[in-house]
Design a protein around this ligand. Structure first.
Ligand SMILES: Cc1ncc(C[n+]2csc(CCOP(=O)(O)OP(=O)(O)O)c2C)c(N)n1
Ligand SMILES: [Mg+2]
Length: 492
């Protein structure tokens, strides 16, 4: 006998904090409607919190009983059930007299040979609160922010913008070897940082300097790192923009793309073992999702129920590779489900939406001990780095459009200004003060001497091994032989 199974698509079906205005709506659990088209026994079963054990029993006048029960020991079994019905809105014929007992759980049987579509026919919607003019979208649901928090978030975005402009220009003047900006992505940086606790471990990619600033990393330390001087925590051994802080639970950036993602799954698992009220947060770009590390990390995190929030900044580009050459899927959020990870797509240039989504994600990750994937939609307004010229591969008008009409900073400013929390005077004061501060720390850091050559060989091994001792001697001999070939400002 055939029955029709349909699933109501409800993107707001996860339990969230009581701090959320939209609690009553979100407390609705995901609902599946099963209807029996021959004997018409239909009912709804709820899977509270998204993944509590779904137990649905079909019993009607028919003697056939279809029980969807999952092996207690196997979470995949639970998820297979969810995934099956989530596939699309098409009705699927199921033979209720048959069932496949699979180690991962029971599978319904269909006589139809139906392939799952490459991508869902409908694109995942993007959660937004403020429209491009900074007006709240009617009916939008978000966590309210106080005046103090809103002004702090806005000021931090401006600081980021001013800092980026000055350091970018300094690189162009030849004072720094390299720089990359967060331009266009200030919203994701600051709104996500504000949604976290300093106990949460951040594993950044590289375009998230706003997160460490938000945690209290001083501008002077940013400048010391950029100049690789003796006050740089990394002792000049990393490229510029590779900052980190043990004290602030912000892991030092690594250049190889995506290495931070499986590390975040590991950090999260360790927090879980230690029963900490904290999670790991990792940032990644759309380009990083093409690395094997991304896939291994998502799978590990899902299987180990690791409390980690993966924040993908989908900014449209991975250097010169556009997203349509990066993946065929509907972006990144859609990939989460394949790994059994709850996911959301959010407007990353909307500070209120991003702040709410990351707060909710963090809360779910910690309370429910599971990973969450957030795809934040944005645009990389700047060149990839100072080693790139993006006008070679994308239209200047496109860049301009995102820089002006779509700027997360001006959108948020309109909102706080309309609330009476900000005015033009505040604006010029903030920009002036920040500019002065950045110039001051830059000039000071530039004058500080570099770390000694010896530091190249320390901090990895307890006792410097023989091969490194040999290299140390080799470089000293080389400097002695041709002193003019080596930087004069590095103490030997
Ligand atoms: C393993 C590895 N491959 C290639 C590179 C060179 N590389 C540096 S950044 C980058 C693009 C990354 O793009 P995305 O993840 O989208 O981040 P975005 O720069 O857009 O923020 C590439 C290919 C690298 N650093 N590491
Ligand atoms: Mg990118």
């Amino acid at each position: 006998m055939a029955i029709l199974i349909s699933r109501s698509r409800n993107f707001n079906h996860f339990l969230l904090s009581t701090r959320f205005r939209f609690l009553s709506r979100l407390n609705q659990t995901s609902s599946k409607t099963f209807s029996h088209h021959a004997k018409t026994s239909s009912f709804t079963t709820a899977a509270g919190g998204g993944f509590t054990k779904p137990t649905a029993t079909f019993s009607g006048e028919s003697a056939a009983v279809f029980r969807v029960e999952r092996f207690q020991s196997n979470k995949t079994g639970e998820q297979l059930n969810t995934l099956y019905y989530e596939e699309d809105n098409h009705h699927q014929i199921i033979d209720e007299n048959q069932v496949m007992d699979f180690p991962g759980g029971q599978l319904p049987i269909t006589p139809q040979m139906k392939f799952i579509a490459e991508s869902s026919e409908k694109r995942l919607p993007c959660y937004r609160v403020l429209d491009d003019d900074g007006y709240p979208i009617p009916g939008s649901i978000f966590e309210e922010v106080s005046k103090e928090l809103a002004v702090k978030m806005y000021s931090s975005m401006v600081t980021l913008q001013v800092m980026d402009t000055i350091f970018y220009e300094a690189q162009r003047q030849g004072r720094l070897s390299f720089y990359l900006t967060t331009a266009g992505e200030e919203g994701i940086n600051i709104a996500s940082a504000a949604a976290l606790s300093v106990d949460d471990f951040v594993l950044p990619q590289y375009r998230e300097v706003g997160v460490i600033l938000w945690r209290g990393f001083p501008l002077k330390d940013i400048a010391n790192q950029l100049f690789g001087n003796k006050f740089d925590y990394g002792k000049g051994r990393q490229m510029p923009c590779h900052h980190g802080s043990n004290e602030l639970n912000y892991l030092t950036i690594s250049s190889p793309i995506a290495t931070q993602i499986p590390q975040a799954a590991g950090v999260a698992y360790s927090l879980k073992m230690d029963k900490k009220e904290a999670c790991a947060i990792t940032y990644l770009g759309d380009g990083s999702t093409s690395e094997g590390d991304f896939h291994a990390a998502l799978n590990f995190a899902a299987v180990l129920d690791a409390p980690v929030v993966f924040i993908c900044r989908n900014n449209g580009w991975a250097i010169s590779t556009p997203v349509n050459e990066q993946f065929r899927s509907d972006g990144v959020a859609s990939k989460g489900q394949a790994y059994g990870i709850r996911s959301i797509r959010v407007d990353g240039n909307d500070v209120l939406a991003t702040h709410s989504a990351i707060r909710a994600a963090r809360e779910m990750a910690i309370k429910e001990q599971k990973p969450i994937l957030v795809e934040a939609m944005t645009y990389r307004v700047a060149h990839h780095s100072t080693s790139d010229d993006s006008t070679k591969y994308r239209p200047v008008e496109e860049i301009e459009h995102w820089k002006t009409a779509k700027s997360p900073i001006s959108r948020f400013r309109k909102w706080i200004q309309r609330n009476g929390w900000w005015n033009d005077e505040n604006e010029s004061e903030l920009r002036g003060d920040t500019r002065k501060q950045v110039l001051q720390v830059m000039q000071a850091a530039e004058k500080v001497e570099k770390p000694p050559l010896t530091d190249l060989f320390t901090d990895v091994y307890d006792k410097v091994p023989l091969n490194l001792q040999e290299q140390h001697k080799f470089i000293r001999d080389a400097v002695k032989k041709s002193p003019r070939e080596y930087p004069s400002d590095v103490p030997i």
